[in-house]
Design a protein around this ligand. Sequence first.
Ligand code: NAP
Length: 248
Amino acid sequence: MNILILGGTRQAWELARIASGERGFDIVSSLAGRVREPVLPSGEVRIGGFGGAQGLRDWLVGHRITAVVDATHPFADTITGNAAIACRAADVPLVRLSRPGWSAVPGDNWIRVPDLAAAAARVGDLGERVFLTIGRQGVGAFAGHTAQWFLIRAIDPPESALPPHYELLLARGPFTVEAEADLLAEHRIDVLVTKDSGGADTAAKLTAARDAGLAVVMIDRPAVPEGTAVVSTVAEAMDWLRRDVTRS
Ligand code: NAP
């Protein structure tokens, strides 16, 4: 089996590690190349875009790929859409591996919004000091907010326009609740903005926000393309791959 893992997440990294040790599996992981110093997964790695759905289809055929696991971030909806189109066109089985989103618990004050633009519109009246933890790519949506101050946390510096009042914090999770609580207090944060990425590595900020009684603007995930099989754990993705081997 020649398996392509569309990566860029901890789950993709885990899957590459486990699947590389399985007899009969040849793994190639693909990264978009966004992060300057990525933590590389085990096995073969290719970096950079494919050139849209057609480019990905051609790549799958050219490399005789027999199964694709789309383990990209839940918000990477372009590559997820392209993978669905390309796999259908190349007749290659596809599964979407996406960890569950976060759920509010008593004490949380979450405001769910459908997308970045809605988050930017909503955050204006929730406080003066905003903690933005949406990755570097979406920061531009907040550039027009002149009256608020932003603590922007990302792995690499944003390249888009930035709001006039901000501090940039370059950091990569996991983060602890204690460290997150200190950060919120030190910067006198009023409101947190996050994507519903799910997972444990970056969940501590939600606990810290709950403990501090802060509002959280939670951006909902984009929908998975219709007809795409979905699993939420690496173990389920491995089961899917093993079933696929016996089918072929
Ligand atoms: P996106 O908007 O869905 O994709 C934009 C383009 O980037 C795609 O059309 C594709 O280019 C290329 N691309 C994306 N993922 C790729 C991969 N794994 N391998 C090869 N090419 C890829 O993606 P994004 O939101 O910019 O995210 C880029 C990468 O960062 C993803 O791999 C994702 O797992 C990771 N990531 C994203 C987020 C997030 O919040 N969006 C957070 C953490 C990590 P072509 O059309 O040329 O093929």
